[in-house]
Write a protein that binds this ligand. Structure first.
Ligand code: GLU
Length: 505
C-alpha cells in the first residue's frame, strides 16, 4: 500500500514552528516513499478556530515549500460523516449516552481527589436501564456520548520514533467522551480524538506522524480504530522542540510562528533546512545543508532522536547565512531593494540598478539574516530571546551612510578627524582626487591613498581611519574602498571631504 500521511493543524493560532516541523517530517516521509501528503484543517473548535489562522497556516506551509497533494480538507464540513460513525458505535453498543450533569462530575472528581486517586469517569452510566434514561431525558438532561474503554485492556504499538509503547486501559480516564452534550436523540459536536480517527480511516492514512504531545491520545485512538473495524496505522511521535532552558518552546520564547521567523529575516530555505535537523540527523552527520528534496532522499525515522530537540539560534543563523551567501548579486539586490525603499532611501530602482547591484555585492557577504521591516517588534524579540540570539549585521543599517542627507559625523568619527594629521591627509586626498580625469576605480582609489601615505609621511592606519570617518561618519562599516567608490558614483565623496575639512585638524 502506498504511503499516505497527513498534517492536521488546528487553526486556533498562526502556523507554529512545532506544527511546521511535524509538517516537514510528514513531507519528507511522503516524498521519500513516493506517497501522498494530505492537509487537513482541524477546525471543530468553532470558538477558537479562525479563517485568518487557516490562511496563515496555508501561506506558511506554501512559503516553506511543504506542498501538499490533497486538501485542505476542513473537519467543520465533514460533520455528517462523524455523526454517522457515532451512530454506528451507539447501534453496536460500543458507545452510550451518559447523562451526568457537570455538578455530578465535579463531585465525582472531588471525591477522587480527596481519596488521592487520579480523576477518572467511573462509567456509572454505562448500563442505564431504558427507564433511567427516560427519566433523565424527562428531567431535560442533555447527554454526551461516551465510548467504552475496557480497563483490562493493554494497548501496545511500535512507535517509529520511540519503539514499543504500552498503555493500560485503566490509565485512560474511563469511558471517553466522543461527542458533546445535546438533547437526545440529537448528537452533539463530535470531539477531537474521535474525528481524527474517522478522518484518518476515511483518508486511508497509513502513517500518523505528529508531535509527542499526542502520545496519550494514541492509545484511545487505537481502541477507536478497533471499534470501527479499521486497520491501525503506524505512529511516529516526533520530539518536542525545546528552548535553551530545556522547556517546550512556547509563547514565552517570543517567537514561535513561522511568520515571526520570516519577519526576523530568515529565508524559507534556511528555516526549513534547520527544521529538518531539529530531531533528525542525516546518515552523514556532518552534512548540515539540505534542500527539502535532498533530505527526502535520505529521511527515515530510525534517525529521529526521541529526545527533545533544543532550539539553537546560532545554528539557524549559520544555515540561513549559507543560503543568503549562495544568492547571486542580482538575486541579493532584488531581495534588499524593498527594504531599502521601506527605509526611505532615495534611489531609482531601474536607472540606479548597476549602482544598487554594487551595493548588494557589498552588503551580501556579511548578511546572516535579511533586514527586518519592523525594528520596534524586532527590538522586543531581541529583548525576550536575550543573548541566545546573536547580533548580526543589518542590510539596511549597514548602508544608511550612503543615503544620509544631511550627513553627520558620529562623535567617534568627529574625534578621529581631530587627530593630528587628519586634515593633511584629507586635503591631500582632495587634491589628488581633483586631478583624476576619469571615474574613480578601486585601483586608482588605492593609488591615491598610497600616494598620500608616502608623500605626506603619514601612517596608513590614520589615513584610512580618517577617510572612513569622513565618508561614512563612523569608524566601522563595510569595505572602505567599495564604500568610497559607491559614494563617488553618486557625487557624494567630495562634499563629505569638504565637510570633514571644516572640523579636521
Ligand atoms: N489537530 C492536532 C494538533 O493541531 C493534530 C492532531 C494529529 O495530528 O493527530 O495538534
Amino acid at each position: 500500500m502506498s504511503v499516505r500521511v497527513r498534517l492536521a493543524p488546528s487553526p486556533t493560532g498562526n502556523l507554529h514552528i512545532g506544527t511546521a516541523r511535524t509538517g516537514v517530517f510528514n513531507w519528507l516521509f511522503a516524498r521519500h516513499h513516493g506517497g501522498q501528503f494530505i492537509l487537513r484543517i482541524e477546525d471543530t473548535d468553532l470558538e477558537r478556530s479562525r479563517p485568518e489562522f487557516t490562511q496563515n497556516i496555508l501561506d506558511g506551509l506554501t512559503w516553506l515549500g511543504l506542498t501538499w497533494d490533497e486538501g485542505p480538507f476542513f473537519q467543520s464540513k465533514r460533520m455528517d460523516l462523524y455523526k454517522a460513525a457515532i451512530q454506528t458505535l451507539l447501534d453496536q453498543g460500543l458507545a452510550y449516552r451518559a447523562y451526568d450533569t457537570p455538578e455530578e462530575l465535579e463531585a465525582l472528581r472531588a471525591s477522587q481527589t480527596a481519596r488521592k486517586q487520579a480523576p477518572r469517569y467511573d462509567n456509572r452510566h454505562r448500563h442505564l436501564s431504558p427507564e433511567q434514561e427516560a427519566a433523565y431525558v424527562a428531567e431535560g438532561r442533555q447527554p454526551v456520548i461516551r465510548f467504552k474503554i475496557d480497563d483490562d485492556r493493554e494497548i501496545t504499538w511500535t512507535d517509529l520514533v520511540r519503539g514499543p509503547v504500552t498503555w493500560k486501559g485503566s490509565d485512560l480516564g474511563g469511558d471517553m467522551v466522543i461527542a458533546r452534550a445535546a438533547m437526545a436523540p440529537e448528537l452533539g459536536q463530535p470531539l477531537y480524538n474521535f474525528v481524527v480517527v474517522v478522518d484518518d480511516i476515511d483518508m486511508q492514512i497509513t502513517h500518523v506522524i505528529r508531535g509527542e504531545d499526542h502520545i496519550a491520545n494514541t492509545a484511545k485512538q487505537i481502541l477507536l480504530y478497533e471499534a470501527m473495524g479499521a486497520a491501525v496505522p503506524r505512529f511516529a511521535h516526533t520530539p518536542l522542540i525545546l528552548d535553551q532552558g530545556g522547556r517546550k518552546l512556547s509563547k514565552r520564547n517570543g517567537v514561535t510562528s513561522i511568520d515571526d521567523f520570516r519577519k526576523m529575516g530568515y529565508t524559507s530555505e534556511g528555516l526549513v533546512n534547520y527544521m529538518t535537523l531539529l530531531g533528525w540527523s542525516p546518515p552523514d552527520s556532518t552534512q548540515e545543508l539540505f534542500r527539502l528534496q535532498e533530505a527526502a532522499q535520505q529521511f527515515d525515522f530510525e534517525r529521529v532522536n526521541p529526545a527533545g530537540a533544543k532550539f539553537d539560534w546560532a545554528k539557524l543563523d549559520w544555515i540561513n547565512s549559507q543560503y543568503l551567501h549562495r544568492l547571486s548579486v542580482p538575486e541579493m539586490t532584488d531581495l534588499l531593494i524593498p527594504f531599502w525603499q521601506a527605509a526611505g532611501y532615495l534611489f531609482d530602482p531601474l536607472a540606479d540598478r548597476p549602482w544598487l547591484e554594487q551595493l548588494g555585492a557589498l552588503v551580501g557577504p556579511s548578511l546572516v539574516r535579511l533586514p527586518v521591516s519592523d525594528p520596534t517588534w524586532m527590538a522586543q524579540v531581541r529583548e525576550i530571546i536575550g543573548p541566545a540570539l546573536p547580533a548580526v549585521a543589518d542590510g539596511v543599517e549597514m548602508v544608511r551612510f550612503l543615503f544620509a542627507d544631511p550627513f553627520e559625523f558620529m562623535p567617534e568619527a568627529a574625534k578621529q578627524l581631530e587627530q593630528v594629521g587628519s586634515a593633511t591627509a584629507l586635503q591631500a586626498i582632495v587634491t589628488l582626487l581633483e586631478q583624476e580625469t576619469e571615474a574613480l576605480t578601486e585601483a586608482r582609489a588605492k593609488a591615491i591613498l598610497d600616494q598620500v601615505v608616502q608623500a605626506q609621511n603619514l601612517k596608513r592606519g590614520l589615513v584610512m581611519k580618517s577617510l572612513r570617518a569622513t565618508l561614512t561618519g563612523q569608524l566601522q562599516g563595510p569595505d572602505l574602498m567599495q564604500s568610497w567608490l559607491l559614494l563617488h558614483q553618486r557625487g557624494q565623496d567630495r562634499p563629505r571631504l569638504q565637510q570633514a575639512l571644516t572640523i579636521a585638524k
